[in-house]
Design a protein around this ligand. Structure first.
Ligand code: TYM
Length: 327
């Protein structure tokens, strides 16, 4: 039986944090055994907010290295920079012609980002390019964190619209959103998600943070009033977020952890969480440090070639369906 196709992407903006890892990246790694996996550093998406060109070059490479260090094997998965595969933008244009403005107006990420950096057309069309990323490879499954649900709905909707108007072309993709870890919260405000764009560095733990930095950030994490280690997003969002993080890094069910640590003081519990995170990140940091920039660039170029070949196959089908074959 042919394997189903998994596609996902990550933006090379700012540093990759444990939210990205627990919500998405570590699932990317796990899915490599069971699916045909295709992953992408979505550099064109990142241009929707202003970037310094020289810094951006570095950020792209760093993001590629982080994904590999986290366990994506570029000899198993197709892995490349989005901008190197022009079929994404062509399909994005075609899908744009099927997109209702109303659905883009409802996108909460557009509202958040345009409040911060000002609206531009790229930011507005961001979800359409994301749909094209997924559909150009005929992906069936898309492992992402919870914040991508609305974008994913649009991708599904566009697949259905295209199929209805032009005839069956795209599978309707489904999200793989983990039950735990899909929304890791800020360490400084456990009612908002951990985010690359939060100006407060203490709000997030980066995959490359040194052990002492991890300990300090978790030590200073905002906790809740009262005592006791309980899993309750309403009453104890700070401790619940830390429980979630501990559970994922230790591969232990939350209930087991609650039973074990229920009576601990917050300070003692935080130390435990910090050590689990330090241990969990150690292999990623050491893998990152062994990667040579030139080797990674070479792998990314090879990935782009292979991805173009894969995307061209479907590009022809789409062009035929919409009447763009040139004869
Ligand atoms: P990006 O770069 O913002 O985030 C990468 C992945 O990390 C997840 N994530 C989180 N998960 C749990 N807790 C958090 N606090 C948290 N913050 C981020 C995101 O859900 C994402 O899975 N639009 C996408 C990139 C993209 C894409 C695609 C994804 C472009 N094209 C096609 C899938 C398929 C994004 O902004 O990711």
């Amino acid at each position: 039986m042919t394997k189903q196709i998994v596609f996902s992407g990550i933006q090379p903006t700012g540093d990759i944090h444990i939210g990205n890892y627990l919500g998405a990246l570590r699932n990317w790694v796990r899915l490599q055994d069971e699916y045909e996996t295709i992953y992408c550093v979505v550099d064109l998406h990142a241009l929707t907010i202003p970037q310094d060109p020289a810094a951006f070059e570095k950020d792209r490479l760093e993001a590629a290295k982080m994904v590999i260090a986290a366990g994506v094997d570029p000899t198993t998965s197709l892995f490349y920079y989005q901008s190197q595969v022009p079929q994404h933008t062509e399909l994005s244009w075609i899908l744009g012609t099927l997109t209702q403005l109303g659905s883009l107006n409802r996108m909460t990420q557009f509202k958040d980002k345009s409040d911060r950096v000002g609206a531009n057309l790229g930011l507005y069309a961001y979800p359409v390019l994301m749909a094209a990323d997924i559909l150009i490879h005929h992906a069936h499954k898309v492992p992402v964190g919870e914040d991508q649900t609305q974008h994913l709905e649009l991708a599904r909707d566009l697949a259905e619209r295209f199929n209805r108007r032009y005839g069956d072309e795209f599978p309707v993709p489904e999200g793989i959103i983990p039950e735990h870890g899909a929304r890791i919260m800020s360490l400084q405000d456990p009612t908002s998600k951990m985010s690359k764009s939060d100006p407060n560095q203490g709000s997030r733990i980066l995959l490359l943070d040194e052990p002492d930095v991890v300990r300090k950030k978790i030590g200073r994490a905002v906790t809740d009033s009262g005592t006791g280690i309980e899993y309750d997003w309403e009453k104890k969002p700070g401790i619940t977020n830390l429980l979630e993080i501990l559970s994922l890094f230790q591969d232990t069910a939350v209930e087991t952890l609650v039973a074990e640590h229920h009576d601990k003081q917050y300070g003692e519990f935080k130390q435990l969480v910090a050590e689990a995170v330090v241990d969990g990140l150690a292999p990623i940091r050491s893998a990152y440090n062994t990667l040579e920039d030139e080797d990674v660039s070479r792998l990314m170029n090879k990935g782009a070639l292979d991805a173009r070949t894969s995307a061209e196959k479907y590009q022809v089908g789409v062009r035929q369906k919409v009447g763009l074959t040139g004869h």
